[in-house]
Design a protein around this ligand. Structure first.
Ligand code: A3P
Length: 305
């Protein structure tokens, strides 16, 4: 019997080159996702589902592990039961058959479920709104988010070639990357929190004071944490611990898919890494775009601590 990793390696090497992107209602998505769109759009959320939603590279995996630790009362063994992508299905991910899609994984999962998505507000299946599901959203400042996404495109052999940094940044600003415009994403989710139970977190706040942000998560989920459990969660979910934890660092996926030698999934995990890559002109261009496109939203970001 071959393990899942080997099966995936063969499948990906044989059948999948890079994912093609197709626009759906103005948002570039992976073609396979768009081909399955009817099933995704009609996904049946359950009232006790928790959804973790982010723009890619905003700290999804980090908050996923925090949420699981909170839900499991800080039990390390329970959180090591499976890689994070098996514990929390990625709703709109559609790998080649026979690997199950994210929504199929979710359908097969008993309640209560925690699911992951990168969908923008207008593409989230309606049942999440109808069922009034709790949602945790994480946003990260545009500059660090763009840098992280660029390196992720370099190491993820399924995403489109990023080109050089300058080209990638232009595509990022234009919203011509997978899951679309960062500006629309963070802003529409920010607005949605006024009419729906959404905990809107910031990557920078989590870096600044993880214990405070973990407490917010616990409160939102209606779970009380004792001091020792909170401390354990802080320790277990800090960057250095997660970097070496195979259940969250994505080293369990085949190197044909994610090549950590090019850039590790757990890359730097800091605020302000953008300074290594941005020219002054690029910084001004993205800052101007933020000022213009987020004007009046009340949404502000910190790009250094
Ligand atoms: P960098 O590429 O800037 O290092 P996602 O999970 O949404 O794909 O986000 C990945 C980004 O979150 C990467 O950013 C990764 O290093 C960072 N990250 C993951 N776990 C983290 C943690 N425990 N603390 C801080 N950053 C973390």
């Amino acid at each position: 019997m071959m393990d899942l990793k080997s099966v995936m390696e063969i499948l990906f090497l044989k059948f999948v080159k890079r994912f093609k992107m197709v626009e759906l209602e103005g948002v570039p998505l992976i073609k396979d996702t768009v081909e399955q769109w009817d099933a995704i759009w009609n996904f049946k959320a359950r009232p006790d589902d928790l959804l973790i939603c982010t723009y890619p590279k905003a700290g999804t995996t980090w908050v996923q592990e925090i949420v699981d630790m909170v839900q499991q009362g800080g039990d390390l063994q329970k959180c090591a039961r499976a890689p994070i992508y098996e514990r929390m299905p990625f709703l709109e991910m559609c790998p080649p058959k026979p690997i199950r899609t994210g929504f199929e994984e979710a359908e097969a999962m008993p309640s209560p479920r925690t699911l992951k998505s990168h969908l923008p507000v207008h593409l989230l299946p309606r049942s999440f709104w109808e069922q009034n599901c709790k949602i945790i959203y994480v946003a990260r400042n545009a500059k660090d988010n763009a840098v992280s996404y660029f390196h992720y495109h370099r190491m993820n052999k399924l995403l489109p070639e990023p080109g050089n940094w300058d080209e990638f940044l232009e595509n990022f600003i234009a919203g011509k990357v997978a899951w679309g415009s960062w500006f629309d994403h963070v802003q529409h989710w920010w607005e949605a929190k006024d009419r729906h139970p959404i905990l809107y977190l910031f990557y920078e706040d989590m870096k600044e004071d993880p214990a405070r942000e973990i407490q917010k998560v616990a409160q939102f989920l209606g779970i009380e944490l004792t001091e020792p459990v909170l401390n354990r969660i802080v320790q277990h979910t800090q960057f250095d611990s997660m970097k070496t934890n195979p259940m969250v660092n994505y080293t369990t996926l085949p190197p044909a898919v994610l090549d950590h030698n090019i850039s590790p999934f757990m890359r730097k995990g800091i605020v302000g890494d953008w300074k290594e890559l941005f020219t002054e002109a690029q910084r001004k261009r993205l800052d101007d775009a933020c000022a213009r496109l987020l004007a009046g939203s009340g949404l502000t970001f910190r790009a250094q601590l």
